[in-house]
Write a protein that binds this ligand. Structure first.
Ligand code: SF4
Ligand code: SF4
Length: 357
């Protein structure tokens, strides 16, 4: 396929956290050591080459960057200290901008000021709603519950779904991947299984504890969402739902706190370098679980009316998370990675059909 070489691509990637992009001399060590590569999906070296040559279309049409779980094994063994693991991470950040039709994902990655303004605007909007509702507990909680449902619908329907179709267009349609229809159906199982387990990362040698932590956070986060949004955790009197909420809320903030400590200690390859988007993700996820937990404690001890400001803080955290971080931040990596595994499955089926693997 003819591709337009874009000499500015490397410069653009610098805005997405890329550092060493010219040190790689293509020895292939990183690809050889990576436990997740396989025939037809040879990364990270292939992606680095596309980046160095400025092959924008090749990068945009590749699912490889999402198949990497950032274990850091390739970086540890790179003879040129080119940090291929972080390079793959920078490509993933860049790709979220490529898929996003609104342009906001790219803007927030490139400009801390724009993101800061976004956070402040959301904060002001929530306080304004509190003012309109006369800072009355029941009215604010009703609003909060309705707001959560509307944001989920709007973000998925208007932003994430079109972005996934765009990703499908770039990685499958434009690449002329001719997968059998049956693969589209059987691949759905891979998609669902990976959304919940992310079990491919178990192949990495960094150990199963990292996988287990991620697994608990994913399950905890999805369950917390379900309990608060669909089972109305803050208003229910059902003891089972209340305790379920405490457990999943606790899982989310305890494990994300452990992630924050890990990033501060910088002991493992994966935590040595943290982009601002990595910090925002773990801190806001922690705040989400922690403030939800505290609000429910205040409800159960009848102290919520005198401490409504804590519920307002929770609402601000939810609004910033739902409006800014879920559709445009690192949260999207979870979604795009799951779909990339589905699209890679289609590519693999097409390659098998052609007898290429
Ligand atoms: S990133 Fe490092 S290990 Fe990978 S091909 Fe380049 S020089 Fe070799
Ligand atoms: S960070 Fe791990 S999974 Fe990603 S390319 Fe390197 S070795 Fe493979």
């Amino acid at each position: 396929m003819n591709q337009l070489v874009n000499p500015e691509l490397k410069q653009e990637l610098l805005k997405y956290g890329l550092k060493e992009w010219n040190d790689c001399f293509h020895c292939g060590n990183c690809t050889a050591i990576c436990s997740l590569t396989e025939q037809g999906f040879l990364f990270p070296r292939k992606g680095i080459r596309a980046l160095q040559l400025g092959l924008k279309q090749s990068l945009a049409g590749s699912t490889d960057p999402w198949l990497c779980y950032y274990c850091g094994e390739c970086t540890e063994t790179c003879p040129r200290d080119a940090n291929p693991a972080e390079l793959m991470m920078s490509i993933r950040r860049y790709l979220t901008k490529v898929y996003d039709w609104t342009g906001l994902a790219g803007l927030f990655y490139r400009s801390k000021l724009a993101l800061f303004i976004g956070f402040i605007l959301v904060l002001i909007a929530v306080i304004a709603v509190g003012y309109v509702k006369h800072f009355e507990t029941e009215a604010l909680m009703k609003f909060g519950h309705l707001f959560e449902q509307l944001v989920i619908l709007a973000v998925f329907g208007l932003i994430l779904l079109p972005n996934i179709f765009h990703m499908f267009w770039l990685t499958i349609v434009k690449q002329k991947v001719k997968a059998p229809i049956s693969a589209y159906i059987t691949g759905i199982w891979h998609l669902i299984w990976n959304v919940f387990t992310q079990n491919r990362s178990l192949k990495c040698e960094t150990g199963s504890f990292r996988w287990f932590e991620h697994f608990l956070i994913v399950i905890g986060y999805i369950s917390l969402l379900f309990v608060t949004v669909f089972l109305n955790w803050f208003s229910t009197t059902n003891t089972i739902i209340i305790w379920l909420g405490y457990i999943v809320g606790g899982i989310v903030f305890v494990f994300t706190f452990h992630f924050i400590i890990g990033r501060l200690n910088k002991k493992r390859e994966v935590t040595k370098y943290s982009h601002p988007s990595d910090w925002l993700f773990v801190i806001w996820l922690f705040l989400l679980g922690f403030t939800a937990f505290i609000v429910r404690v205040l409800i159960d001890t009848n102290l919520i009316d005198n401490n409504l400001w804590l519920y307002i803080i929770h609402l601000i955290v939810i609004a910033q998370w739902g409006i800014l971080l879920v559709p445009f931040g690192k949260w999207t990596h979870f979604l795009y990675r799951s779909f990339a595994i589905y699209f890679a499955y289609l590519k693999k089926s097409a390659l098998k059909r052609q007898g290429a693997i």
